[in-house]
Ligand binder design. Structure first.
Ligand code: TXA
Ligand code: MG
Length: 325
């Protein structure tokens, strides 16, 4: 066991917070069985106390430590996709603190695939309550440095596991109250889950229609501080020209490779290209938003294709952007 894991364990056992790497985004972790420790997460993030947090466990062997009346489909999903970017919402066991569940009768469980955090969870034995390690509503962190930028000295330790491979948060599937629902598209695509289960998941875009309190479902979330507008490339080039003429600094965040169109850029205009492949794009998205945030007056991001492979990316962009064309 590395010295870093050793230190993380003693902090967690003492009721302190630790930044942890996962394959999706970095988490802000506390002992899920210790309500005082979990309360520190909410205080540091500035998150409303009635929003539930995911409990991270080593694997499906711990599932019944936290959940009860677990349906067969949940076992099936856990067997196939854990460790991995899938969170299951299940009926909670009575001992799960209200601080974790937001006072709801359900609990979100996930076994993350990052080797450092997997090792930490095996050693810890219990569950780690962990939301994404960012200020409430802000862009999620995909490197240890992002986490340090969010919390500074207020967070005693961030385990550095390198850049996150998936880059967007886990897929959340609810298996309580009737037909399984997709609450948040994410690292595991809807199609592969549906083909394993053999039926379609319900999917409500708005939290209010799903009747669930969950911060990732808020209309505004995952947002940079600089206004972000979404649109087609031609429109964005026009908008950029108008704003540049008015002495506003705009960054164009376009899809794919350098093309002739951007020869139309005016002096002083800035362009950055994001990968045209949905997985590579997801991996780069948050770091790109963070890098350009607060260096420009306006971020103009080209809308990716509307195909199923882009579902998780679209979900995050819709909540991050304040204007859509
Ligand atoms: O990939 C991820 O899921 C990352 C890494 C760190 O594991 N975590 C993450 O946590 O994105 P957070 O708290 O930023 O988003 C988790 C979402 C929130 O919208 C939360 O409200 C929802 O999951 N959630 C957690 N427990 C829930 C429950 N019992 N019922 C409904 N939603 C729940
Ligand atoms: Mg979050």
């Amino acid at each position: 066991m590395t010295a870093q894991i050793e230190r993380a364990l003693s902090l967690l056992r003492a009721g302190e917070l630790v930044g942890i790497p996962t394959e999706t985004v970095y988490g802000l972790a506390a002992d899920a069985a210790n309500p005082q420790a979990v309360a520190k997460i909410f205080a540091l993030k500035g998150r409303p106390a009635d929003h539930p947090v995911i409990v991270h466990i080593a694997g499906s062997a711990q599932l019944s430590d936290w959940a009860q009346d677990i349906p067969d489909d949940a076992w099936k999903l856990a067997e196939v996709f854990w460790p991995g970017p899938l969170t299951l919402i299940l009926k909670r066991k009575a001992h799960v603190p209200d601080a974790v569940t937001g006072g709801q009768n359900t609990v979100g469980l996930r076994a993350p695939a990052h080797p450092l955090t997997h090792e930490l969870l095996l050693q810890f034995g219990g569950g780690l309550a962990a939301p994404s390690a960012n200020q409430f509503g802000h862009v999620s962190p995909t490197t240890a440095q992002h986490v340090r930028e969010e919390f500074g000295a207020a967070l005693p330790l961030v385990l550095d596991g390198g850049p996150c491979q998936v880059g967007v948060e886990s897929t959340i599937v609810s298996l309580v109250d009737g037909r399984p629902k997709l609450l948040r598209p994410g690292g595991i695509s809807r199609d592969v889950i549906e083909s394993l289960l053999g039926y379609e998941l319900e999917h409500h875009v708005k939290a209010s229609t799903a009747g669930i309190r969950a911060s990732g479902l808020l209309d505004s979330h995952y947002a940079p501080r600089t206004p972000l507008w979404l649109g087609a490339r031609a429109q964005l080039l026009e908008i950029a020209a108008e704003h540049t003429a008015a002495n506003q600094r705009t960054a164009l965040l376009l899809l794919g490779d350098v093309t002739n169109e951007t020869n139309a850029l005016m002096p002083g205009q800035y362009v950055h290209y994001l990968p045209a492949d949905p997985e590579a794009y997801a991996q780069a998205l948050y770091a790109t938003l963070r890098h350009h945030d607060q260096r420009f007056d306006l971020l103009l991001l080209e809308t990716p294709p509307r195909t199923p492979a882009w579902l998780a990316v679209h979900d995050r962009l819709q909540r991050a952007a304040i204007r859509k064309y």
